[in-house]
Design a protein around this ligand. Structure first.
Ligand code: DCT
Ligand code: MG
Length: 376
């Protein structure tokens, strides 16, 4: 038996058919057992997905298959696996028949482990990791000793490898939030800082901490990021930072390119030097050398004008799959184009305004789903 036995499942997802997680075939084999047949709407943005995953064995396996597909450059297959995993995450109960396949070893276990180590470096994606593996680089030591020239981000990633692969807890996120609030308040009084990403969805841990910053008066946020970054730097909070500037402007004839506008905000990818406090769950910090006075934490900062705030908030709260599905729903079902800046209605040839996430769901003809139920 193979995990790929779930291919009928991915096929149904692609065809947009309601998904029955147990096919009738298999049910007949075990009529004595009471097994519930689930059916779920096909878009993740129509479903409520909490952090209560009853099918983690299956969804972890499907995520591995997705990573493997993405590594081979098969993005379409990767997305199909991610959708399948997300559909299983939304189920109210464990899938008893399919879980029996969950223990099957996955394709190329060794290469998946190597990929995990190499892509675990901040600044390294699956493509780069794949290239290195092709060059015979399979361990961090090999990378350090004879590795190719690393860029600045990758060097920071390698230097802080252990810290950056240690999950960030809620208390640490709160400590980072306090620093970012102090910085924002100091360089632009009245600026509002909102925790976004996984922590806004209620996750207990994350791979980074994400913030969205705005100012209630349109335009006052202009030029905020460089000031914020130099304040943080001058206070010794930054181990690494890379800032991209904002380039999003609404076009009269509608958005030129649909789908993702992820890069168009003033955005800063950074690594914070966060002072460790006793009792904040810094266990394991510093390894054999005993506890260190600080740890490295990935922090993402995004600045948005208040007119785009609701779209930015919706777009940066995630999960990634929930976002992708919202955009797919908007395009395929509503003939609209959703980004983290705006919503464009192709039928009316105009942008639809919104000052809250609730209004955006309403424009999209979707029932409102709160952040804690966007964990697809
Ligand atoms: N996002 C997205 N598409 C991307 C990247 C990001 O829609 N290609 C959105 C969704 C989540 C948000 O930005 C923050 O991204 P991450 O920090 O990568 O995700 P997360 O859900 O916060 O996960 P984690 O808890 O691991 O940080
Ligand atoms: Mg995050």
């Amino acid at each position: 038996a193979h995990l790929l036995d779930v291919s009928w499942f991915t096929e149904s997802m692609k065809a947009g058919r309601p998904v029955e997680v147990l096919d009738r075939h298999k049910l007949q084999e075990q009529q004595t057992e009471e097994v519930e047949v689930f059916s779920t709407p096909s878009y993740a943005c129509q479903r409520r997905t909490t952090l209560d995953n009853h099918n983690a064995v299956l969804t972890d396996a499907l995520s591995l298959l997705a990573e493997n597909a993405e590594l081979s450059g098969e993005d379409g297959r990767g997305v199909a696996f991610r959708r399948a995993a997300a559909a299983l995450k939304a189920l109210p109960l464990p899938v008893t028949r399919l879980t029996q396949l969950g223990g099957v070893p996955c394709l190329g276990g060794h290469s998946l482990r190597v990929i995990k180590v190499l892509t675990g470096i901040f600044g390294v994606g699956v493509k780069t990791a794949g290239r290195w593996i092709g060059e015979g680089i399979l361990t961090l030591r090999q990378l350090r000793d004879s590795g190719p020239t690393l860029n600045r981000a990758q060097r920071a990633g390698l230097r802080h490898y252990d810290d950056l692969n240690r999950p960030v807890g809620r208390a640490e996120a709160a400590a980072v939030a306090a620093v970012v609030e102090a910085a924002a308040g100091s360089v632009l009084p009245g600026a509002r800082v909102t925790l976004i990403g996984g922590f806004r969805r209620g996750k207990q841990t994350g791979h980074d901490v994400d913030f969205l910053i705005t100012h209630p008066e349109e335009g006052r946020e202009a030029g905020l990021m460089p000031k914020l970054v130099s304040w943080l730097d001058s206070q010794g909070f930054l181990l690494y930072q890379k800032t991209n500037s904002n380039s999003y402007l609404e076009a009269a004839e509608g958005p030129a390119r649909p789908a993702s506008n992820m890069d168009r905000f003033e955005r800063c990818f950074s690594v914070f030097k966060l002072p460790e406090e006793a009792g904040r769950g810094g266990a394991g910090a510093g390894g054999e050398g005993g506890p260190r006075p600080w740890r490295a934490v990935r922090v993402d900062l995004v600045v948005s004008p208040v007119s785009q705030f609701a779209f930015a908030l919706l777009g940066w709260t995630g999960s990634k799959l929930f976002e992708r599905e919202l955009r797919r729903w908007a395009g395929h079902e509503m003939n609209m184009c959703l980004s983290s800046h705006a919503l464009y209605d192709h039928r009316q040839s105009r942008y639809l305004r919104a000052s809250s996430e609730e209004e955006i769901f309403a424009h999209l003809g979707l029932e409102y789903i709160p952040p804690s139920e966007r964990n697809a």
